[in-house]
Write a protein that binds this ligand. Structure first.
Ligand code: FPP
Length: 248
């Protein structure tokens, strides 16, 4: 197991959980079997992140584009989510984890949304870790809804166009108040962002692995964090400047 510097952990890890379908296909099973395997990885990764004391974990569970998948797969994924939320409520309570949802909540089927809202409400005051589930989430869509809200505030006279800056835009994103992801992981071998946290990932360290999501477990997360800890984050400065300022 890689040894980590506990003083230099990422504050926020975001994960694109890819490869469930291929994992199932490799075993001659229907895709949903891969998604079920993926839920086990979700449980292990949430537990590990919490144990490490990392403050925020964001998981890309369902994108705005995923609605185009075959209806039966969408239905099965929503069913898995509902079961996951129902079964994890007590674990989240025990481990002081607070659930949040990033995305178009109103597109989530009512029976799933009800459970989600209940879990969000019951875990709202937990302060150990924030678990963000990105559901019906798209980065471009998130920016558009933020711009629409700001435009409405301009029309109402609550803010002037000149006062719009990065901080104002950030306050209108689903992640308002949270630190940007320091580390973004994508499993499954593809090397793209797929519309995930486009604004927030501007300075994230990207980590791509060929491991399929149902196989991505504790040790793989520790490897990703260890790799992150070897990188120098410069935020546009020179290497020497960055070493002197120790920006996060
Ligand atoms: C991508 O694999 C994965 C998804 C679209 C869904 C992720 C969902 C889970 C891990 C399970 C449910 C989530 C929670 C939070 C309980 P893919 O189907 O695109 O795989 P492929 O690229 O191999 O086809």
């Amino acid at each position: 197991m890689p040894k980590l510097d506990t003083a230099a952990l990422p504050r926020h890890i975001a994960i694109i959980m890819d490869g469930n379908g291929r994992w199932a296909e490799q075993r001659g099973k229907p895709r949903i079997v891969g998604h079920r395997g993926g839920v086990e990885s979700v449980q292990e990764i949430v537990r590990t992140t919490r144990e490490l004391g990392i403050g925020v974990l964001t998981l890309y569970a369902f994108s705005t584009e995923n609605w185009k998948r075959p209806p039966l797969e969408v239905q099965a994924l929503m069913g898995l989510l509902k079961t996951f939320l129902e079964s994890e409520l007590s674990t989240m309570a025990q481990n002081n984890v607070s659930l949040r949802c990033l995305g178009q909540k109103d597109r989530i089927p009512l029976e799933v949304r009800k459970v989600m809202e209940q879990v969000i409400k019951e875990t709202a005051s937990n302060s150990g870790m924030i678990l963000n589930l990105a559901l019906s989430y798209g980065g471009r869509d998130e920016i558009i809804q933020a711009v629409q809200q700001i435009a409405r505030e301009c029309v109402d006279g609550a803010i002037s166009p000149e006062a719009i800056d990065q901080a104002v835009l950030e306050q209108h994103l689903y992640t308002a108040g949270l630190p940007d992801p320091d580390l973004m992981i994508r499993t499954g071998g593809e090397t793209r962002l797929s519309n995930f946290l486009l604004w927030q990932a501007s300075y994230a360290e990207l980590y791509f692995t060929k491991i399929l999501w149902p196989d991505f477990r504790k040790n793989d997360l520790l490897h990703a964090i260890s790799d992150f800890q070897k990188r120098q984050r410069r935020f546009g400065k020179t290497g020497t400047q960055a070493e002197q300022t120790h920006d996060y």
